[in-house]
Design a binder for this molecule. Structure first.
Ligand SMILES: [Zn+2]
Length: 114
């Protein structure tokens, strides 16, 4: 069965409006989860990340996806979290976050041995 162009246009309009509603509801600015003060805002508000917020561009910080695994009481849950640039710097200086770029080459060496 073929759909008329009018029905297709109507369906696309509903889908577009739904997408915009979802973005307004869920893809908003974040308050830094660390200092609970600084705001992290989307760099390009009209860009549609389509719920991959961790891949979007953010001003004054970043948004990451937390996906606790087996062993955590939050296993199977997923959260977006915003952390401001200032707090990332502080966490780095205090050694409270680990630099992925430093860890990955060492893991590759270990994996190549076994
Ligand atoms: Zn902060």
């Amino acid at each position: 069965m073929r759909h008329s162009e009018e029905k297709v246009a109507e369906a696309l309009k509903v889908i577009t409006e739904y997408k915009e509603d979802i973005l307004k509801l869920y893809v908003t600015e974040y308050t830094c989860a660390c200092c609970r003060a600084n705001k992290i805002e989307r760099l390009y508000p009209n860009h549609i990340p389509f719920l991959k917020q961790e891949q979007d561009s953010w001003k004054n910080g970043t948004v990451s996806l937390l996906t606790p695994g087996f062993g955590s009481k939050h296993d199977m849950e997923g959260y977006y979290i915003g952390i401001c640039d200032e707090c990332i710097s502080t966490l780095k200086e205090k050694g409270l976050i680990k630099n992925k770029e430093l860890i990955n080459p060492q893991i590759r060496i270990i994996n190549s041995i076994f």
